[in-house]
Design a protein around this ligand. Structure first.
Ligand code: M6R
Length: 610
């Protein structure tokens, strides 16, 4: 949620800051702002409601210049999206940007009002600006003022401050919201995500929980929560340089849907031989842990939760270990029983989802044998705080609607399932060979699904004028239907629901009429006949059906039932395969609706607040 960029350089940094915000815009896009200080201590603050482009235009018009600056793109939590609530917030000479939530902001606001500070926004951030200003009065340095401030803040945050009177440095604190420092030559940077800085550096230091740092052109000094000077390891990023570029595609989401064959190839590279999964490639401790695991507890949110729900079928039917999947925000607030030899698996594209991270931290105290994460962002909090990480290597995902993260998570979990099954004697070589062969075929199968783009585009107008859509599936296709419904509501704003098709007659059948399209995911598996009965239940009540069916499934269409005949693919990879037409359908419906596909209203890519 929200994006932060900061820079201290000899050159003008306004352009670097704005470009950084553009790259972070997927994190929040209600409003944006910069504060830039030149060597004469002139501070210019520019804030705009709306997209980063609005800010970029204003920064250009005003010829904002200076070598030190901080910038922010906002996803509103406290206070509506408005220019007054946009960051940076100021108190005297101090400018501050902030990600996260200050939970005790009301009490601090009262305290600061008593000291004579006047609040000009409804945000929780403004208390940080005033606190730093107050503490600086009795501190030897800006960093000391921030250290004193941090001790008074409750909640999860990443915050950055600059003092107009001393443009040679910026200070930053990390407590629950990621901050990365980018190292340059004679200039240094910081951001909430390294993506923001990839055009200026590839060398990064990740701040750890509680760290507070001071950045000047030549030096980065880091202190832990106790105020001790600490060294943090430097990392060289190999993230894609052009991740911020849509290339030939109209939207990042479209690009990311079409990138799935290559994302899957990367995810599987070095992890599969011709006939086996190379378990050691899953993680250093993988073989030892997976051979003992008796239960898998998956924790995730949103799309990642849906992929866990789909993989649960594999964990139980192939690996023979019990598997529970729970939404992180529920798990973290209930009393749960940890099963013996239970492996905690967090699933996350970003690795920064606040609820998932909190669930991991809680679970680490609750006797799980180990905590594993399946994640797409190297160096993210989940990766650093888990015992071992299985990286999905999907490449940067920018569209708020998650696509390639979902399919690569499924591929990763299928490899993990095969490893557990083999290590525990439940998957023999013949079965492993069959699954690995299917995995090798997966990128080609996804290409075949993508080839349905035009056919699916032609269906989209039937949905675009409707207010609701129902998605049906059985078995592991029920979570695929859940994911399809999440995609549709998220980017087209059409209300959508997913049902396990067998559950239809227990209530949702009452909704069926000619105004509610019903999309059915119908592979040719052993539940096909059951599914056909469910389709008949809808058909008999005048429902409008769109059946994505295996070409051999034997469906016959009519005016109320369109059949989209999909090529037959191996049953094991079919849930991944059928995800793709669902993504394309949502995408094309959203195009007709004219929504902001990559940055749908009210959402943000990485949900780093509760
Ligand atoms: O980064 P994560 O996978 O942890 O994110 C979880 C959800 O916030 C995310 O999947 C969200 O539901 C997407 N917008 C769905 O497309």
């Amino acid at each position: 949620m929200c994006g932060i960029v900061g820079a201290v350089a000899q050159r003008d940094v306004a352009e670097i800051l704005v470009e950084g915000l553009r790259r972070l815009e997927y994190r929040g896009y209600d409003s944006a702002g910069v504060a830039v200080v030149d060597s004469e201590s002139n501070l210019t603050r520019v804030r705009r409601l709306g997209k980063v482009q609005e800010l970029a235009d204003a920064v250009n018009e005003q010829h904002v210049a200076g070598g030190t600056g901080i910038a922010h793109t906002r996803w509103a939590t406290h206070g509506e999206p408005s220019e007054a609530n946009a960051h940076p917030h100021m108190s005297g000479d101090i400018a501050v940007v902030h990600n996260g939530i200050i939970e005790n902001h009301e009490e601090l606001r009262e305290l600061l009002t008593g000291r004579g500070y006047v609040f000009t926004s409804q945000t929780d951030t403004e208390v940080i600006a005033h606190l730093v200003e107050w503490e600086l009065r009795t501190s030897a340095s800006l960093i000391e003022a921030l250290q004193k401030t941090a001790k008074q803040l409750e909640g999860a945050y990443g915050t950055v401050a600059v003092d107009r009177k001393d443009p040679s440095r910026i200070v930053v604190a990390r407590s629950g919201s990621p901050i990365v420092i980018g190292l340059g030559v004679g200039e240094n940077f910081l951001a909430s995500d390294q993506l923001a800085l990839l055009n200026v550096t590839r060398r990064f230091i990740y701040l750890e929980e509680g760290d507070i740092a001071e950045i000047t052109r030549r030096e980065v000094s880091i202190f832990d929560a106790e105020g001790n000077a600490v060294e943090r390891e430097e990392h060289e990023s190999n993230a894609e340089h052009d991740a911020g570029d849509k290339g030939k595609y109209r939207h990042f989401m479209q690009k990311e849907i079409f990138e799935q064959p290559t994302a899957l190839i990367s995810t599987m590279e070095g992890r599969l031989s011709a006939d086996s999964v190379i378990t050691n490639a899953i993680g250093v401790k993988a073989e030892e842990i997976l051979s003992k695991v008796e239960h898998v507890q998956i924790i995730a949110c949103g799309t990642s939760y849906n992929s866990g729900m789909a993989a649960r079928y594999w964990f139980e039917s192939i690996a023979g270990v019990s598997c529970d999947v729970e939404i992180a925000s529920e798990f973290r607030y209930r009393k749960f029983v940890t099963r013996p030899n239970s492996l905690l698996v967090t699933l996350s594209q970003s690795g920064e989802t606040a609820d998932t991270l909190a669930a991991l931290r809680l679970a680490k105290e609750k006797g799980y044998m180990a905590a594993m994460t399946i994640c797409n962002v190297a160096g993210s909090s989940l990766v650093r705080e888990s015992d071992f990480a299985f990286m999905t290597r999907a490449g940067t995902e920018i569209g708020v609607a998650s696509t390639k993260a979902f399919t690569t998570q499924l591929a990763a979990m299928l490899m993990m399932v095969v490893s557990i099954g083999r290590l525990q004697g439940r998957v023999d070589q013949a079965q492993e060979t069959e699954i690995v062969k299917a995995l090798h075929e997966l990128p080609t199968a996804i290409e075949k699904a993508l080839a349905f783009d035009k056919e699916i585009e032609a269906l989209a107008p039937d949905f675009a004028d409707k207010h609701h859509t129902l998605f049906l599936g059985r078995g592991e296709y029920y979570p695929i239907a859940m994911e399809a419904s999440l995609k549709l509501k998220e980017i087209s704003y059409i209300h959508a629901e997913a049902y396990a098709a067998g559950e239809l007659k227990h209530g949702p059948l009452a909704l069926i009429d000619a105004d509610m399209p019903v999309v059915v995911v119908a592979p040719n598996n052993d539940l096909l006949e059951k599914l056909k009965s469910n389709v008949e239940e809808v058909r008999a009540r005048g429902g409008l059906l769109y059946v994505f069916a295996d070409e051999e499934a034997g469906f016959e269409g009519d005016e109320n039932m369109k059949i989209i005949k999909m090529p037959h693919v191996s049953e094991i990879i079919a849930p991944i395969f059928y995800t793709v037409p669902m993504q394309l359908l949502s995408y094309h419906i959203a195009l007709i609706k004219g929504t902001d596909v990559d940055q749908p209203r009210n959402l943000a890519k990485a949900v780093t607040v509760e």
